[in-house]
Design a protein around this ligand. Structure first.
Ligand SMILES: *[C@@H]1O[C@H](CO)[C@@H](O)[C@H](O)[C@H]1NC(C)=O
Ligand SMILES: *[C@@H]1O[C@H](CO)[C@@H](O)[C@H](O)[C@H]1NC(C)=O
Ligand SMILES: *[C@@H]1O[C@H](CO)[C@@H](O)[C@H](O)[C@H]1NC(C)=O
Ligand SMILES: *[C@@H]1O[C@H](CO)[C@@H](O)[C@H](O)[C@H]1NC(C)=O
Ligand SMILES: *[C@@H]1O[C@H](CO)[C@@H](O)[C@H](O)[C@H]1NC(C)=O
Ligand SMILES: *[C@@H]1O[C@H](CO)[C@@H](O)[C@H](O)[C@H]1NC(C)=O
Ligand SMILES: *[C@@H]1O[C@H](CO)[C@@H](O)[C@H](O)[C@H]1NC(C)=O
Ligand SMILES: *[C@@H]1O[C@H](CO)[C@@H](O)[C@H](O)[C@H]1NC(C)=O
Length: 495
């Protein structure tokens, strides 16, 4: 087992965990300096199996740990004669070749019932500057530690540049800006400032963190535009739920290792840059609830790894020409609700046979549903409601049964089902599909469609306009995304 989980795998774990957000708990894996015969060897990582008599914690580090513990309301720690030997959950040490322990990781906060890191005194905690006296520290993890005593992120953390690899200040009550000094943490792999009250803009100095694998600044009050960043090994870039404005910098297209990009719920405008075609590893792109106002660039069709494209709630005001999805063979989730789309639904969508979820609702799409949608064998959720679609729906009993209440067709101009299609047999009898039976015959020409749409108009209003009271569909999508991510995790673990 030990050899199976290589150091590389361990390195990836924090990232993979953060991919699972918002479900995951944060992470505490620490990594050893593989390939570097440094003075620190992997001493105590495997628990209490070692008891090298005579080994002691370095004296200055011991004092620093006492300070840090006192500052968080954990003065009990000062009764422990040797912090690395009388370990508690939340401190990790490593032994050097001279039999001296060095502190490499400190963690605070109640993650879950079975992860008992020291918790912080809610009223008086702060981050002690003695942290800068830990010359080997690699991981700092503060979760909900200062929430009731809001304070800025201390700029002295920048002094940990030579060693710090993971900085997590999650839901930690921080206010004020991100200090420029964090740009000095040039060995950082994970920076997680999720859900604080940080304001100001994203410092350009963060561009120096070229070894970053995961950057999560989501859930803050960041303003200004996203700086021109280019991180060659970044896997996760999460800036969702901030107040970011301006257009999306084309330099982000050079983050070639990106797997997850989430800029949703900001105020970003302009277009999706052409350069995004270079994001060949991207699995999730969520730019929903912004002010993007231009058509999708054709170039994004080369995103062959993309599994979820979520753009809902942007005034894109465009027609889909069909080519933009051509190469997205892996696409399983496409969400373009409320993006002011008009014109027809392109046939090309029906060729993306991995699609499970399609939301094109609340647009001005017209014409009929492409007949090849019946080839979407994995489709389990289709929202086309609140458009101007007309003509017969191309689904039979089996497909309707598979989607059941996740098939939303109400409030269209003239959608209907053919009597012999089996559509009605697949319906959940207590659920109003929002459409009625097509007029006699099997209409196929545009003329018939036109005719149909007038007939449909004469149907009782209630049967067309009845809005389903079903719960919001976000949860199933997230669950599905989670499933997808687990697959990714497994694949990466097997690498
Ligand atoms: C290993 O680490 C030491 C100090 O931590 C450093 O001086 C040395 O250059 C590193 N070696 C390699 C191969 O990275
Ligand atoms: C560990 O070392 C201490 C002294 O440093 C000794 O008292 C103790 O018995 C040792 N424990 C084991 C399990 O060897
Ligand atoms: C750290 O960053 C700040 C601001 O970005 C800079 O002024 C300072 O010189 C840096 N310190 C070190 C030790 O690099
Ligand atoms: C950030 O918030 C603080 C209050 O917490 C405020 O005083 C400051 O002006 C804000 N800064 C910016 C750039 O909005
Ligand atoms: C549908 O899903 C299954 C299992 O989830 C998968 O094996 C298959 O490749 C997908 N695509 C098609 C076209 O069936
Ligand atoms: C769809 O709407 C466009 C205008 O947005 C119109 O030009 C076109 O004729 C309509 N097509 C159909 C089939 O109704
Ligand atoms: C029907 O859909 C249109 C958008 O196509 C929307 O403006 C309208 O409010 C919807 N009507 C109802 C009753 O929901
Ligand atoms: C809408 O559908 C529900 C349940 O299917 C039904 O109880 C309700 O009466 C319908 N409303 C109208 C206006 O037909």
């Amino acid at each position: 087992m030990a050899t199976f989980f290589s150091t590389q795998t361990l390195l990836l774990l924090p990232l993979l965990m953060s991919l699972l957000l918002p479900f995951s708990m944060p992470f505490t894996v620490i990594v050893s300096d593989s390939g570097n015969q440094s003075s620190i060897i992997d001493g105590l990582q495997n628990g209490f199996s070692m008891n090298l008599s005579g080994a002691q914690t370095e004296a200055h580090e011991q004092e620093a740990v006492y300070d840090i513990m006192k500052a968080t309301g954990n003065a009990w720690a000062t009764d422990i004669p040797d912090v690395c030997r009388g370990r508690w959950h939340g401190i990790e040490c490593m032994l050097d070749k001279d039999n001296v322990y060095h502190v490499v990781s400190l963690s605070f906060g109640a993650l879950s019932d079975d992860t008992a890191f020291p918790t912080c005194d809610p009223t008086s905690s702060y981050i002690s500057q003695s942290i800068t006296k830990l010359p080997h520290i690699r991981t700092l993890f503060f979760y909900r530690c200062l929430s009731h005593n809001p304070q800025p992120i201390p700029s002295f953390l920048g002094q940990l540049g030579p060693t710090l690899q993971t900085l997590v200040l999650r839901e930690n009550g921080h206010v004020g800006p991100i200090p420029n000094e964090l740009g000095n943490l040039t060995r950082l792999k994970v920076l997680d400032l999720h859900k604080n009250s940080i304001n100001g803009s994203i410092p350009v100095s963060l561009g120096r963190l070229t070894g970053l694998k995961s950057l999560d600044l989501s859930g803050n009050r960041l303003t200004g535009s996203i700086p021109s960043l280019s991180f060659p090994v970044l896997n996760v870039l999460d800036l969702n739920r901030n107040l970011l404005t301006g257009s999306i910098s084309s330099s982000l297209g050079s983050c070639h290792s990106l797997i997850k990009m989430d800029f949703s719920h900001n105020r970003l405008s302009g277009s999706i840059p052409d350069s995004f075609s270079g994001l060949k590893e991207l699995i999730l792109m969520d730019l929903s609830q912004n002010r993007l106002s231009e058509p999708l660039p054709i170039s994004i069709r080369s995103l062959s790894s993309l599994q979820a494209l979520i753009l809902e709630g942007n005034p894109m005001s465009t027609t889909l020409n069909g080519e933009e999805f051509d190469g997205m063979k892996g696409l399983t989730i496409l969400i373009l609700s409320n993006t002011n789309l008009h014109g027809p639904i392109p046939d090309s969508l029906g060729r993306l046979t991995n699609l499970r979820v399609i939301h094109l609702d609340q647009n001005c799409l017209n014409g009929s549903i492409p007949r090849n949608f019946k080839n979407l064998k994995n489709l389990s959720e289709l929202k086309l409601n609140d458009n101007q679609l007309s003509g017969p729906v191309p689904f039979g009993r089996e497909m309707v049964w598979r989607m059941r209440r996740k098939l939303r067709l109400h409030n269209n101009t003239g959608l209907c089902y053919d009597a012999d299609s089996g559509f009605e047999d697949g319906l959940d009898s207590s659920f109003d599909s929002g459409i009625g039976l097509c007029d006699k015959g099997r209409p196929s020409s545009a003329k018939t469609v036109q005719h149909l749409s007038t007939t449909a108009k004469s149907l009782p209003l209630a049967s067309r306009v009845n809005k389903s009271s079903g719960a919001d569909q976000k949860v199933p999508i997230l669950v599905m995304l989670l499933g997808q991510t687990i697959v990714v995790v497994l694949i990466l673990l097997l690498l």
